[in-house]
Design a protein around this ligand. Structure first.
Ligand code: NAD
Ligand code: MG
Length: 412
């Protein structure tokens, strides 16, 4: 196992040099919040590259505003259209296309910082490229760690990269457990990690109600504004399951050392309990600009634009245990972590297909865990040996999940 940052390679000393930043997934909620924080510190950061999937208008607007050296779109036709629009607007940004270009701007020699904020398994290759190239990686794309935790952490170490977790819970844990390197938790006096969860919009829903929840209800998160995939994951609590696996890789924690605690106010972003009984928490308003600013400035603390936490207004902090019967996705994620090998990659791929199908109104909310459980129960779990193997495993799981969907459609 390796550590969050690569041992002593933490780049404390940037010697006043302006940091060149690539934002993977720039048009998304994390991408735009990253640009918001960076704009508050023009003396520290410059935009090197911005990327998106196929959102031409979104990336065009960002290019006009931030004038990056490169803009990358996954889709070739979208890239051609962006290139024309930028030329007409007189913006001198080079437009590139495809996955290899995403990897190029993540590993370019002039880049210092990479914000990995693509959603889903699509973020794996560019994040790996940044790790191998030894960048400071601000990791929002948790799916990279779920799919390929051991290979990614190894690439961080081998590449001499600095890895800073952006997921609010993991950022909180990192803030209250700063000295963890390559040691196991017991060696640094840590008893357990308490991963907080809002419980999502259906925290108080009955089993019966969960069968009938709509897409609109599931997209209505009580505390956080996020992209559609993670919002559905939060409603099903798969997000917390993915985060348990993420915490396992980031902090050398076994599944038994990671406890999920439902905390509806989302003010405590996670906690660490030490052997002496101390429990350290990181608190703040639920606003991703706090962890983003922490990652951008580390070890300095930057102004982020986040308002002060008003505890008098919050009034109370509540906690309860998660209900794994109502939210089977959490159980499935723990099981996949314990099964090890390719099981988390299979969990992740089948979840991505299930969420897509739910968002397209093709399946019900409780079909999400049903689909994942079926795919996992039929899959052949192997030891992870390479990224190429994981790409195949991911594709196989997607095929199995699609087959399940087709069978369901035929039955109706
Ligand atoms: P989002 O849907 O708002 O944005 C996703 C971005 O990825 C967009 O720029 C999109 O163009 C790009 N993208 C999508 N598919 C792509 C593909 N196939 N190839 C290349 N680019 C692609 O998502 P988000 O909410 O910003 O989340 C991004 C990541 O950060 C996710 O992994 C999520 O789990 C994680 N995260 C988000 C939050 C949050 O508050 N939004 C919090 C913690 C972690
Ligand atoms: Mg989170």
């Amino acid at each position: 196992m390796v550590s969050v940052s690569s041992g002593d390679n933490v780049d404390f000393n940037t010697q006043g040099k302006i940091q060149q930043v690539t934002i993977l997934g720039a048009t998304g909620t994390i991408g735009t919040q990253t640009l918001d924080v960076m704009s508050q510190h023009p003396e520290r950061f410059e935009v090197f590259a911005l990327t998106a999937n196929a959102n031409v208008q979104g990336l065009f607007d960002l290019c006009v505003k931030y004038k990056p050296r490169y803009a990358v779109l996954l889709s070739a036709s979208a890239a051609t259209s962006l290139e024309t629009q930028l030329k007409n607007a007189g913006v001198v940004t080079t437009v590139l296309q495809g996955e290899s270009a995403l990897c190029e701007v993540a590993s370019h020699q002039d880049v210092d910082v990479v914000m990995a904020a693509i959603v889903g398994a699509a973020g794996l290759h560019p994040a790996m490229a940044a790790a191998k190239a030894g960048k400071r990686i601000l990791l929002a794309n948790k799916e990279t760690l779920v799919m390929a935790g051991n290979l990614f952490m190894q690439a961080v170490t081998d590449g001499g990269a600095t890895l800073l977790p952006i997921d609010s819970e993991h950022n909180a844990i990192f803030q209250v457990m700063p000295y963890q390197r390559s040691r196991v938790l017991a060696d640094i006096g840590v008893k357990r990690i308490l991963l907080t969860a809002s419980g999502g919009p259906f925290r108080n829903a009955s089993m019966e109600q969960l069968q009938h929840v709509t897409r609109a209800q599931a997209l209505n998160h009580p505390n956080w504004v996020m992209g559609p995939k993670i919002t559905i994951d939060s409603a099903s609590m798969m997000n917390k399951g993915l985060e348990v696996i993420e915490a396992h890789w980031l902090f050398n924690a076994s599944s038994a050392q990671i406890e999920v605690l439902v905390h509806p106010q989302s003010v405590i972003h996670s906690m660490v309990e030490y052997n002496d009984g101390s429990v350290l928490a990181q608190m703040g308003n639920p606003d991703m600009r706090t962890p983003i600013a922490y990652g951008l400035g580390y070890p300095d603390r930057l102004i982020s634009g986040v308002s002060s936490l008003d505890l008098l207004k919050v009034g109370r902090l509540d906690f309860c245990a998660p209900d794994q019967n109502k939210f089977p996705c959490l159980r499935l994620a723990y099981e996949a972590l314990d099964a090890g090998g390719t099981a988390p990659a299979i969990l992740n791929a089948s979840n991505e297909i299930a969420v897509e199908a739910f968002l397209a109104d093709k399946i019900g909310f409780m079909d999400i865990p049903a689909l994942i459980e079926t795919v996992l129960s039929k899959a052949n779990v192997e030891a992870v040996t390479s990224i190429a193997q994981l790409v195949e495993v991911d594709a196989d799981a997607r095929r199995a999940a699609t087959h399940w969907l087709n069978t369901l459609a035929c039955a109706h």
